[in-house]
Write a protein that binds this ligand. Structure first.
Ligand code: SAH
Length: 212
């Protein structure tokens, strides 16, 4: 087993499974995707640390546990159309590409989107459409989505994204209230939206029309 593969297996057991992640598809995907490919050459040794890491443009790749918590809450079975806001390094995008059929991912920093595209090519993720722009408005032309993952903190669940959520669909979004930030899962049932608080969290801000 390579050193990175051993670190990945250790991460899955001790950072994820022992801390309550039990979706076997999520655990398997995180045991396969090479996180070291996404963190930049200078930080490869830190790739499996139990922490967020800088990826340039003042942004971060999220801590493995928080990525897993988002993916688990989306309850993907395969076959869904997924929208992701905040491609960043492309790590979470690569995981989504393994867990479902089609992923549309939006990043506001063109430079990050370019390097994410390279990382995703290196991992042979082909069912991904990358877009550059303000994802807080979603991608109306591609809606509805069965699941939406937002990787940046919003003042409230962006209304445009809620509109683009399919019936029965799930959205996961970090929401800021005062000094607190809560990872929140929302399910659409007809005109009703059910909301569940998942975990306190800390994300970079969602910058845009329906963000900050
Ligand atoms: N999922 C990423 C981590 C992303 S960090 C990974 O696995 O590496 C959050 C990202 O959201 C940053 O790259 C930031 O530039 C982006 N972002 C912030 N506001 C945005 C917006 N309105 N639209 C699209 N991307 C946004």
């Amino acid at each position: 087993m390579s050193d990175f593969a051993a670190q990945r297996a250790h991460m899955v057991e001790h950072q994820l499974r022992e801390r309550g992640i039990d979706d076997e598809r999520v655990l398997a995907a995180m045991g396969e995707v090479p996180r070291e490919t996404f963190v930049g050459e200078r930080r490869q040794e830190m790739a499996y640390a139990d922490a967020a890491l800088p990826i340039g443009s003042e942004q971060t790749i999220s801590q493995p546990w928080i990525v897993a918590a988002i993916l688990q809450a989306l309850e993907l079975k395969g076959g869904e159309r997924v929208l992701e806001i905040g491609t960043g390094s492309g790590y979470s995008t690569c995981l989504l590409a393994r867990l479902t059929d089609h992923v549309v991912s939006v990043e506001r920093h063109a430079g990050l989107a370019r390097s994410a595209a390279e990382h995703l090519r290196a991992c042979r993720a082909q069912n991904v459409e990358l877009m550059v722009g303000d994802g807080s408005r979603g991608v109306p032309g591609r809606a509805p989505f069965d699941a939406i993952a937002v990787h940046a903190a919003a003042p409230k669940p962006p209304p445009a994204l809620l509109e683009q959520l399919a019936e029965g669909g799930r959205m996961v979004v970090p929401v800021v209230t005062g000094k607190e930030e809560m990872l929140t899962a929302i399910r659409r049932r007809g005109t009703e939206l059910e909301s569940i608080a998942l975990s306190p969290c800390r994300f970079v801000p969602l910058i845009g029309a329906e963000g900050f």
